[in-house]
Design a protein around this ligand. Structure first.
Ligand SMILES: [Zn+2]
Length: 437
């Protein structure tokens, strides 16, 4: 059986609706060989060694350009003035829902208009890249803001007008023409390699470097896997600026373990979606490696998930989910489906984009909670998935000696390992999602 859901696809590029075949001289100024000759874009080369604790920040030289304020948001506003967006997101109503968590509701009536629902397969987290479908090499050059690369000489560098070296497949930052907030962009790692939507070490580290470079906790990056509301199977992260804390960032956590890389892993507590939080580590690379190992594990086990990169790249939320699967199986209530809310990374983090005024007017913490609770794995399934993740991580990096000793001690004291044990154990994953009744 193949699981599919129908949803209105998000239009991220003005070239998405049209059939953008690779005709020579397509006349649309795209990124393919027909138009790329001689094209130039700004190039921001970031410094690689960003320590997680930010201690080295003081040694940093004055950057040649302010990454977030001048480059990213400046170029984004330029595209807004040029009328490239499908609607004015700055005119959308937004409010913080009263309550303990501070869920943020946005009314965005324009996002899904003029578009028919399309079928999406939701039961395969990894699917091969398909050059015939829409992908980011088909966007117009005017939608691309700049190239984002590691610096060769270890210092931040900025070139306002750099050639596009197709053979080196630069990573680029482009606008999302259906923004959900100010500065909504897409980071597309090594765009010309046409990678499918799948996290790998190098790409995830690039996303963390972007968060670190922005150096503002209100600028977050997010990732949706296939089956967890990604609609385009071409590797990309999203990012935007919103100057309020997200509810997920304020949620309590319970420490699970500290890895020998120094990365601390916790579980979210009293939050409607169950998830893991990764933070700390000796370097940004340690943190990145551990999270991408966890993501690979979920991908290999066909478990859809979302990732939020918060706190300038120092805090990562990993959220396996099963909403689309439930939707495909007819297990989501009509009341929730009628809202047409697609619970992707931003919704799960507590920024909920609503499409109907009635839902916006009636938005309450209880409603937000009920929606997100449907997204979450059950406790039983979550612990099964955690066991898979810890097994995958510990096969690469051992738990701290003291942690292991503690666990051994606990085992002696409390007898057989219970379901809630944090010890990495092999549990065969089932493909189904256990629904919490
Ligand atoms: Zn072209």
């Amino acid at each position: 059986m193949m699981l599919r859901i129908k949803r209105v696809p998000t239009i991220v590029s003005n070239f998405q609706a049209e059939d953008a075949g690779a005709r020579s001289g397509c006349g649309r100024n795209c990124l393919k060989s027909c138009c790329i000759q001689g094209a130039k874009l700004p190039l921001y080369a970031f410094k690689k060694e960003n320590s997680v604790d930010g201690e080295k920040a003081q040694e940093k030289k004055e950057p040649p350009v302010e990454f977030l304020d001048s480059l990213l948001l400046g170029e984004w506003e330029d595209r807004m003035q040029r009328g490239l967006f499908r609607y004015d997101v700055t005119a959308c109503e937004t409010k913080v829902i009263p309550g303990d968590y501070g869920f943020v509701a946005q009314l965005n009536e324009g996002r899904h208009l003029k578009k028919r629902p399309t079928e999406f397969r939701v039961d395969k987290v990894l699917q091969p890249f398909d050059g015939n479908k829409f992908n980011f090499t088909k966007v117009g050059q005017e939608e691309v803001l700049f190239q984002f690369e590691a610096s060769e000489d270890g210092d931040v560098q900025f070139f306002p007008n750099a050639p596009i070296d197709v053979d080196n497949s630069p990573s680029v930052v482009a606008i999302n023409v259906s923004p959900i907030e100010y500065g909504h962009v897409l980071l597309i790692p090594r765009i010309f390699e046409c990678l499918p939507q799948r996290i790998d070490r190098e790409s995830f580290l690039l996303a963390l470097y972007m968060a670190a470079e922005a150096a503002n906790p209100y600028f977050r990056l997010g990732y949706n896997s296939l089956g967890a509301f990604a609609t385009i199977n071409h590797l990309h992260f999203q990012a935007y600026y919103l100057a309020v804390p997200f509810p997920i960032e304020k949620a309590s956590t319970k420490k699970v373990t500290t890895l020998d890389s120094g990365v601390k892993i916790s579980e979210l507590v009293n939050y409607p979606v169950r998830g893991l939080v990764f933070e700390g580590g000796n370097t940004l690379q340690d943190l990145s490696n551990n999270v991408s190992e966890a993501c690979s594990c979920l991908q290999d086990n066909n478990i859809p998930y979302n990732v939020l990169i918060a706190d300038c790249g120092r805090r990562i939320f990993l959220l396996p989910q099963c909403y689309a699967e439930k939707q495909a199986l007819g297990e989501v209530s009509a009341e929730l489906l009628d809202t047409q809310v697609n619970p992707a990374v931003w919704e799960i983090s507590g920024h909920i984009v609503l499409k109907r005024r009635e839902d916006f007017e009636g938005a309450s913490e209880g409603n937000a909670w009920r929606l997100l609770a449907e997204v979450s794995l059950s406790e039983e399934r979550f612990q099964e998935v955690n066991a898979l993740i810890f097994e995958a991580i510990s096969s690469n990096s051992r738990l701290l000696e003291e942690e292991a000793a503690d666990l051994a001690k606990n085992r002696e004291e409390s007898g057989p390992i219970k379901g809630s044990s944090r010890r990495p154990t092999m549990v065969s994953g089932t493909q189904e999602c256990l629904v919490l009744q």
